[in-house]
Write a protein that binds this ligand. Structure first.
Ligand SMILES: NC(=O)c1ccc[n+]([C@@H]2O[C@H](COP(=O)([O-])OP(=O)(O)OC[C@H]3O[C@@H](n4cnc5c(N)ncnc54)[C@H](O)[C@@H]3O)[C@@H](O)[C@H]2O)c1
Length: 394
């Protein structure tokens, strides 16, 4: 029987407990140690999981020869130094999003992981959600036609960070989903923001990305909104998808609507837009915890030596856009070109963002046929939606 992999988690704040719970529940590994500099957090950990080693010193985790993989769930400013130390200590490493504070840091981590033959993965959790995977199936089957634009809104009240702006906090999720759906790297970005609460830390931003073939994406991120909104609209030439991650049911709705302009017309009188109004269909989405799928995928990649769906290269792509968006914010929303990335790191080229293997236990592998209702799906036109006030983070 093969030996179980020992895992260590550093950071037991808001998000770390979710990683700890999931790794602890997976039979393929043993959660050996959790590190946090806060004694209070460690005491809480001990009360929940007395069998897990509590440690204040990250050095001890790094020097523990039994630990084969480390998960970094501290704040962004520690991601690079901790992930680097972890890789240099020979541990497979999963870093929370965003991967690091700059492209240069991401490149260094990717390089070390390659040199040492270690798995480097980034916690772009939404790519492991059944809803996002279903959207990808639908888009890949060309059921909504050619994508025209994607708009995303990720809003709530707080939690205000002191060292990163709202784009770095919330937009990594939207960016990772958009890159995954489009499989394309943006050409340029412009981003505007305003800092209402903490000086120089934008709490509201609006980012525009331009892709090839006139495709675009708009991302609105805010810590200053009364409602918790996690919404994405994907507008295709044939149909449109609305993805509401806060919705308890019917997270994805496919609207059979489109507008076409006449191919030719001789006079203004003959010019009429053709509006098509069809049904709305909501496919059944399996309820599972995306983070569990993500944790499982990390372990599978270590076992098989495969490249994660959310690899270091994917993390870098997201950080590159965040870096360019920050540059644009500082220039009052100026258009900033995003340099095409060549395989400098020896890994995949930008066109291959999000391309590799998926875990077997996530969304169904059946092709999505959105307009035909399945037994678990719903088909109607105007669903009601209740939105509650919520101050949670991601
Ligand atoms: N994937 C997701 O959906 C998702 C959701 C939320 C947060 N995150 C990410 O998770 C990471 C952690 O976020 P959070 O909200 O839990 O932050 P947090 O501040 O609540 O928790 C960080 C924890 O790390 C500990 N810590 C910080 N520096 C340390 C050090 N040098 N040594 C030991 N312990 C240290 C702190 O004591 C704290 O308990 C961030 O990168 C964030 O972006 C991801």
């Amino acid at each position: 029987m093969s030996k179980r992999l020992n895992v260590g988690v550093i950071g037991f704040g808001y998000w770390g407990p979710n990683l700890v719970r999931n790794f602890r529940s997976l039979p393929e590994c043993r959660l050996k140690m959790v590190c946090d500099m806060s004694e209070e957090r460690l005491a809480h950990l001990h009360s929940l999981y007395p069998d897990v080693e509590c440690e204040k010193s990250f050095e001890r985790m790094l020097n523990d020869p039994e630990i084969g993989a480390i998960v970094v769930a501290t704040g962004l400013k520690y991601h690079f130094q901790m992930a680097k130390a972890s890789l240099l200590a020979g541990k497979h490493t999963l870093i929370e999003k965003p991967m690091a504070t700059s492209v240069a840091e991401c490149e260094e981590l990717i390089h070390i992981a390659q040199e040492k033959g270690l798995v480097l993965m980034v916690g772009h959790t939404f790519l492991y959600s059944a809803a996002v995977r279903k959207i990808k199936e639908i888009v890949d089957h060309h059921d909504i036609g050619d994508i025209r634009y994607i708009s995303a809104r990720r809003l709530n009240l707080g939690l205000f960070h002191k060292d990163i702006n709202v784009t770095w906090d919330l937009a990594p999720h939207d960016l990772s989903i958009i890159l995954y759906i489009l499989q394309e790297h943006p050409l340029n970005v412009n981003c505007r923001g305003a800092a209402h609460i903490t000086p120089d830390i934008e709490d509201v931003t609006s980012m525009n990305l331009r892709f090839g073939n006139e495709k675009s994406a708009i991302i609105h991120s805010s810590w200053l909104d009364p409602r918790k909104v996690r919404e994405m609209t994907i507008v295709g030439s044939k149909r449109m998808i609305v993805y509401d991650d806060v919705a308890f049911q019917e997270k994805i709705k496919i609207f059979d609507v489109r507008v076409e302009s006449p191919p030719h017309y001789d006079s203004f009188v003959e010019f009429h837009y053709a509006y098509h109004y069809g049904d709305m269909y909501s496919p059944h989405i399996k309820v599972d915890e995306p983070l569990r799928t993500e944790c499982q995928h990390f372990l599978e990649c270590i076992k098989d030596g495969s490249v994660p769906l959310t690899s270091g290269q994917n993390g870098l792509e997201v950080v590159q856009i965040l870096e360019m968006a920050s540059k644009s914010v500082k220039q009052g929303g100026a258009l900033v070109e995003i340099p095409a990335r060549r395989a400098k790191t020896g890994m995949r080229t930008p066109a291959a963002v999000g391309a590799p293997v998926l875990p077997a236990n996530g969304a169904s592998k059946d092709p999505g046929r959105p307009i035909r209702p399945s037994p678990g799906g719903v088909n109607r036109r105007q669903p009601n939606r209740l939105v509650g006030v919520d101050v949670e983070r991601d």
